[in-house]
Design a protein around this ligand. Structure first.
Ligand code: COA
Length: 260
């Protein structure tokens, strides 16, 4: 599929989605949000794809936010629809049944931060800066940032970052548990590909089970979460991949997971 604002490349079972508006620091306009929904839908349903990377084009930004020129011209009713549409995209990304890695290669602000927060794993370049600076525009985050940042880093940090709007360096984000790992910028893309490749070689049903048990389980009470874990564990044990994984271990060889 051809996109106006995205580059999408699939190789070795990994789809890389690159937001490609470098002259606007990859800001998310309506078009880009719609294309991201399409690209994630396609990669999510393609059985040949087992992991997804999202990143930004150019050497300056991951995504520097929702497109401020579009926000400015919205009526309140349009703004409400814009927020719901952005939230829907982020929810679809979070609910993707294969691992989604954000490779944060530069400014990761506003809607860009919200995009990164919806991903399952976040790798960042040392030079990246992450924040929710909407307060400086007289608005607030509207694509899930208030909810996901508070859940991820706690209300103390979430309130500090949203009320001041001050971005933080990648290493600080890692210290706060917002980012998984930090790399020199020249190593980031390779590190993301290596991690995605490693995940792509895993048993897909086990990956799906883990994603659901951790993400849905953490939103519910322990008993319900444990029941979900048991159900998904049992489902893993009904797969050919479980037979392959256990046989490979006992035969002292590397497993080859076919996805069935
Ligand atoms: N929406 C629309 N356009 C944006 C944008 C956004 N969120 N972020 C950057 N751009 C545009 C700039 O307007 C500029 O366009 P121009 O060349 O046509 O004037 C271009 O991208 C380059 O940005 P610029 O501000 O010149 O780069 P910089 O290096 O001086 O500053 C930032 C980089 C990230 C600090 C600055 O662009 C910024 O603060 N962006 C907005 C961040 C934000 O508030 N995001 C939340 C939005 S809800």
């Amino acid at each position: 599929m051809e996109y106006e604002s995205l580059l999408v490349d699939t190789s070795n079972q990994v789809t890389t989605i690159t937001v490609n508006r470098p002259a606007k620091l990859n800001a998310l306009n309506h078009q880009t949000i719609g294309e991201l929904r399409q690209a994630f839908e396609q990669a999510g349903h393609d059985e040949a794809v087992r992991a997804i990377i999202v990143t930004g084009a150019g050497d300056k930004a991951f995504v520097a936010g929702a497109d401020i020129t579009e926000i400015r011209d919205q009526s309140p009713v349009q703004a409400r629809a814009f927020s719901r549409r952005g939230q829907q995209l982020m929810l679809e990304i979070q609910q993707t049944e294969k691992p989604v890695i954000a490779a944060i290669n530069g400014f990761c602000l506003g809607g860009g931060m919200e995009l990164a927060l919806a991903c399952h794993l976040r790798l960042a370049a040392e030079s990246a800066r992450l924040g929710l600076p909407e307060i400086n525009l007289g608005i607030m985050p509207g694509f899930g940032g208030t909810q996901r940042l508070a859940r991820l880093a706690g209300t103390t940090r979430a309130l500090e970052m949203t009320l001041t709007g001050d971005p933080i360096p990648a290493q600080r984000a890692a210290d706060l548990g917002i980012v998984n790992q930090v790399f020199p910028v020249s190593e980031l893309a390779g590190a993301a590909r290596a991690l995605a490749g490693r995940l792509a070689a895993c048993a897909p049903e086990a990956l799906r089970g883990i994603l659901q048990a951790v993400l849905r389980g953490s939103e519910t009470d322990l008993q319900t979460g444990l029941e979900l874990e048991t159900a998904r564990f049992a489902l893993c044990c009904a797969t050919e991949d479980m037979k392959e994984g256990t046989a490979a271990f006992l035969e002292k060889r590397k497993p080859s997971f076919g996805g069935s």
